[in-house]
Design a protein around this ligand. Structure first.
Ligand code: ADP
Ligand code: MG
Length: 445
């Protein structure tokens, strides 16, 4: 059995053919499925460290392939086997009954996917679904691959990076990865949330102050920039910087120097600046709240962190990573997620992004009573339609569809047949689309 490097930590060798639903659920849960031909040549090989479960799918098997499955069960006595049968199969038939007896468990179609998964989790132990890479960023969706490629490209360059994205998308995680993959990795990384600092203290926090610089400044204080000398400063919510601090930051970016508050001596420093914002900085510039020259200095390289709802392929994997991490710290019965829970997580719009997912998983891990976390444990059992991912993602598609219908209708003077021809759909579909988009034909005509 060929196993690609690093991917096949949990593998099901499926003798037969899974349905689309079965395939999708198991793959989502981190199982690698290899379809095997019971009549074919070659056995079941494993890469060391991989977990392999074999599955005898008798649903569509003929006598010959059932016999060869039985032979393989004998050839690999150490391998855990599961069997799948259809409800109308003659289980008293010796061949079938021997297979059912040799396998650890069997399932009757339609397969209860939750129970199958639970059984697999028991058989396969609780290995993490995927090892986080050295960047600390979990995710293998298309969107995250693009992010990772940019991080790799930007990390070794000493220029500022402006990281944008909704709150909870991992902007700070990305900043740490940029630092960790740079030549500054063994120097300090200082993360400062500009929005959380009292405006009158920002300057002193960032650049330090001299004794007596202002009331209460009883001693000299070194700021974050000086503390991070040789390393990286990450300015989170940079749009919240007060004007005077914006001016000092601009000067630092232009000249590489700063002055502590209450001092006129300029200090030369080598610090890379990374900045993040969840607000539209361009708008802040337009409204005069953010210096345009500073904006251009910060925005040399730009990294956009995608919202979690744009990373549907990562949700389950992230959730499993968070659950595995939680299990290392706490006693917890749950080892994985039910099929319904995984579906709910994939379809939820995640307004709070990865941070919200982390919080929900941790809470669910505490309240869950079984081996599998349910949608109810995640509080995602009955999500209103408006909170589903396609509601927000699809809104542009819906608008485009409405535009297409109305424009075409106008072009063909509301002749439904002609409109249907042009859009290559049936007349019924046109009526349906009008109803869907609340286009009142009578009034439009
Ligand atoms: N790709 C990721 N892999 C693992 N954990 C992540 C990832 N992205 C975000 N997180 C976690 O989600 C939470 C929010 O991330 P953070 O970087 O603080 O978001 P932001 O700064 O955009 O609000 C943190 O606990 C972080 O560890
Ligand atoms: Mg943050």
């Amino acid at each position: 059995m060929a196993v690609t490097n690093g991917e096949a930590r949990r593998c099901i060798v499926w003798f037969g053919r899974p349905t689309g639903d079965e395939y999708e659920s198991l793959t989502q849960a981190g199982w690698y499925i290899r379809i095997a031909d019971a009549n074919g040549q070659g056995g079941v090989g494993t890469r060391s460290g991989s977990i392999v479960v074999a599955l005898a799918d008798l649903r569509h098997a003929d006598v010959r392939s059932i016999a060869s499955m039985e032979r393989m069960m004998g050839d690999y006595p150490g391998l855990p086997w599961l069997a799948l049968i259809s409800s109308d199969m003659p289980t008293q038939e010796p061949l079938i009954s021997r297979i059912l007896q040799t396998s650890q468990d069997f399932f009757t179609a339609p397969v209860d996917l939750d129970r199958l998964l639970e059984t697999l989790v028991h058989m396969g132990g609780d290995l993490p679904v995927d090892e986080p890479n050295d960047s600390g960023i979990t995710g293998r969706s298309q969107a995250m691959r693009i992010v990772m490629a940019s991080i790799r490209k930007y990390a070794p360059v000493d220029l500022p990076v402006l990281i944008t994205g909704e709150t909870g998308t991992g902007k700070e995680v990305a900043a740490r990865a940029l630092h960790g993959m740079s030549t500054r990795a063994d120097r300090p990384f200082a993360a400062i949330n500009c929005g959380a600092l009292p405006p009158n203290l920002v300057q002193s926090e960032l650049f330090g102050h001299e004794r007596g610089a202002f009331t209460g400044a009883n001693a000299r204080r070194i700021g974050h920039f000086e503390t991070a000398a040789g390393g990286t400063v990450f300015l989170d919510e940079v749009g919240d910087l007060p004007t005077d601090a914006q001016t000092s930051l601009l000067r630092f970016l232009q000249e590489g120097t700063l002055e502590r508050v209450g001092s006129s001596q300029s200090i030369k420093l080598d610090v890379r600046v990374l900045a993040a914002t969840h607000v539209d900085l361009e708008k802040a510039v337009e409204q005069g709240r953010f210096r345009e020259d500073l904006y251009y200095r910060l925005n040399v390289l730009r990294l956009r962190m995608p919202a979690l709802r744009e990373r549907e392929d990562d949700v389950v994997m992230l959730a499993q990573t968070f659950l595995d991490a939680f299990r290392e710290q706490h006693h917890c019965q749950a080892r994985a997620f039910s099929n319904a829970a995984r579906q709910a997580m994939r379809h939820f719009a995640w307004p709070g992004n990865v941070r919200e997912l982390l919080n929900r998983v941790q809470r669910a891990a505490v309240v869950a009573e079984g081996d599998l976390i349910t949608a109810e444990d995640l509080d995602l059992a009955d999500i209103p339609a408006a909170q589903l991912a396609h509601a927000s993602l699809g809104s542009t598609r819906v608008a485009a569809e409405r535009d297409a219908v109305i424009n075409t209708l106008r072009e063909c003077r509301f002749n439904i047949s002609e409109c249907a021809r042009r859009l290559k759909v049936s007349r019924v579909t046109i009526y349906r689309l009008c109803k869907k988009h609340r286009l009142a034909l009578e009034e439009l005509r």
